[in-house]
Design a protein around this ligand. Sequence first.
Ligand code: PSU
Ligand code: MN
Length: 304
Amino acid sequence: MNKVLIAQEVADALTAGKSVVALESTIITHGLPRPKNLEVGLEIEETVRNKGAIPATIAMLDGDIHVGLTTAAFEQIAMREDSVKASIRDLAILGAKHAFAGTTVAATSQIAAQVGIRVFATGGLGGVHRNARDNWDESADLYALAKLPIAIVCAGVKSILDVGATLERLETLGVGVVGYRTNSFPGFYLTDSGFTLEHRVEDAQEIAQVMRAQDTFNTAGAALVIANPLAPRQAMNAELHAKLLAGGLAAAASAHITGKEVTPFLLEYFHRESNGESLRANIEIILANATLASEIAVEFASGR
Ligand code: PSU
Ligand code: MN
């Protein structure tokens, strides 16, 4: 029998109504290179703890879903060559195969919602791919966010995507989007994607208030996206970014990369070709998002 195993400290925090922050693990298995991934994964958890919340990294080990990982479990998921990428549809199939897997934003949101975790920190959401008109490549993250009560902090959507189309889909799907201290939708590695947001929020307290209003108005059937941009001095150089993007998309096309391999391929291309510049930005993004998510979780828990 497959299980969903909740770490004791996470279970205790949930029972006591304390703040918990869900964290995804595809960024560890497929977003960051080994062994940096392990170091960063543990640093993300420490960031959450330092802000007074309990981290719950979610992953699959030997077919069981773990909500909150021991250091040994973290090491396995980060270092095993056979760790796969699991979206929602993969969970049961991989469970039956006793697989080891990192969970995407979609799969992590699904599990977090199931166990009662409301706040989630990630790097960048999946969304509509640039050539989606031809290949229909649209991340399952969008559909998950359309039906799950999750407040997710991100630096926008990955800059490899069609940002405008993704924002349109989020609107259609009823997913709220707010900019954290900005009206410019962030561009993941870039501070500004060039797309404007209608709504901005100023602090964690205001975001917690939005979440409570979602509950009151019964609109928390869909997620709330909190877009938290990198500070301009932390962002990637825009010209370098444009060059890598063009090169990465061309490389993916000529290597016939499709489906769930597209995102890991492009992220890896960026990290390699930028000599670690995109990796640095990626790490700063996730740590900043973990910090803000923790502040939100603490505010939300305090007001109940
Ligand atoms: N953002 C990152 N690194 C990642 C991802 C997002 O900075 O590794 C992962 C997330 O887990 C996201 C997934 O859910 O990529 C989307 O994959 P796809 O485009 O195949 O749906
Ligand atoms: Mn896809």
